[in-house]
Design a protein. Sequence first.
Length: 173
Amino acid sequence: MVNNQKINLCISGNRLAQKELYDSFKVNMYSLCQRYFSDLEDAKDALQDGFVKVFRDLHQYDESKGNISSWIKRVFINTCLEKLRKNKLDFQNLLENDMPIESDIISDLSLKDLTEMIQKLPTGYRTVFNLFVIEGFNHKEISDQLGISESTSKTQLMKAKNLLRMKLEDIFN
């Protein structure tokens, strides 16, 4: 459990408190990073970069605006998006089939299997899918974050779902 005292110790440079904070969040934040990057080395880089930013900017955390886990998650989402932008996020139009995904098929998969399928999506599809489905952003927020139109965000999401649906059908057929 991370409390204000531990946060203050982290801000003051206490290595033990920083390690405890890191240990409290490393698994969940690595999982978040894996959803944005198909390459595990990129996910590890984002994890490291995210924690550097957390410790560098921890003094900016405002408890009145939300809990520490939400703040850290936001830092990691922004870190992943920055890394994707630097790698020239590519929004491709690869699919022509616009069928909706079947949600009952997903319930039969493990989280690990689904994460691996998401990792294999093209970068643009994966990014919009993560932001919309997993992080709960709306298309306006996604378009602002990524510098794309809302219609591009909607198209990327639809195509991500279609590609996932096709992969799921291959598994279950």
